[in-house]
Write a protein that binds this ligand. Sequence first.
Ligand code: ACO
Length: 383
Amino acid sequence: MTATPIFSKGLEGIIVAESRLSKVDGQAGRLTYCGYDIADLAAHASFEEVAHLLWNLRLPNAAELAELKKNLNARMALPPDLLAQMKLYPRTAHPMAVLRTAVSASGLYDPLAEDNSPEANRQKALTITARIPTILAAWMRIRAGQEPLAPLTGDVKLAENFLYMATGQTPDPTAVEAVDRYMILLADHEMNASTFTSRAVTSTNSDMYSAVTAAIGSLKGPLHGGAIEAAMKMFLEIQDSGLTLQEWFQQVRAGSRRIMGIGHRIYKTEDPRARILRDYARTLAEKTGHGHIYQIAYDLEQIARSDPYFVERNLYPNVDYYSGLALYVVGIPVDMLTTMFAMSRVVGWTAHIMEQAADNRLMRPKAQYVGEMGLTYTPIEQR
Ligand code: ACO
């Protein structure tokens, strides 16, 4: 089929795949996973239930959930050679660069790495999802000069195991709940930049490790997942600047910077995840004695939302505005925040990879050539 070429910078408005996984209604501000509203899932489900939903298009029964948790738990330990390699990484490396490298390297130790059969892909989705919390916790300890810890075994949520492995302490239930809820809200989001990246890599019949590694690279950018870290840094910068919020906001009005965590390509109303995370961040901040930093974020949102520039452009907080704050106040370091996004979104990426592989067509867009034509080669000594 030769379609009439359409030029769409940033692929805006282009549908590249049919999907049963999640749906974003940007006008109504609604997000659903396989038909379930995100608010319903965040209020009642666990991250593991949501993972089952996205991988199987239905919620698990009790036996299936127990089996899934057991299966994930059994895959959390890292190959010793991978841990040995990680100890050689520069401790100053950005945690997203470490995650990208370690996920790619972990494929070297998976005998199924090059097997693209549906069953192998299901196994790899479990392995990669289970290993990411261990990689991140190990890195937090390695860079602090501590030995990585083995995961807890038994009926332990991924969120709880991550916090245990990172700190060596039995985690506070508030922190476990914060990470688990966050992970539910971030597990999938239709066709965003990193998901598209994972599907584009899959469309060449490449393997799941390559697709997830590429997706991590895409998520790292501050216009996408990196905004969670950038937003939190911005709140801390405001706190330390000695400026009033109105004074700080003048830099935004002068056009020299953007408010990170505000604006979205699809949502032209409030991002439904931001609505849930705002309430959640407030409760957690008050509970942990961080009410002042929540107040900065909240007051800045009010200033932006009443400013004509933001009103005219329908600019509202996106998921990254309050989510970094919710995680920061329960002890997640600022430079680890984007990795928490990846720890959650890996479920969405792997679900999309399997969906793409099941009904594949090589993604091969076109470019509109705007360069010169008809030039003649000039020998180098005449240039
Ligand atoms: N602060 C100030 N102005 C903004 C912001 C912002 N955060 N976001 C958009 N604008 C302005 C732009 O300057 C532009 O103004 P103009 O019409 O005068 O040129 C207008 O709003 C539209 O902006 P675009 O960048 O064209 O909108 P797009 O839909 O491409 O961008 C994006 C969406 C990239 C998310 C943008 O809003 C942004 O940069 N936000 C900050 C980064 C961020 O929070 N990213 C996370 C996104 S959610 C996620 O990936 C999980």
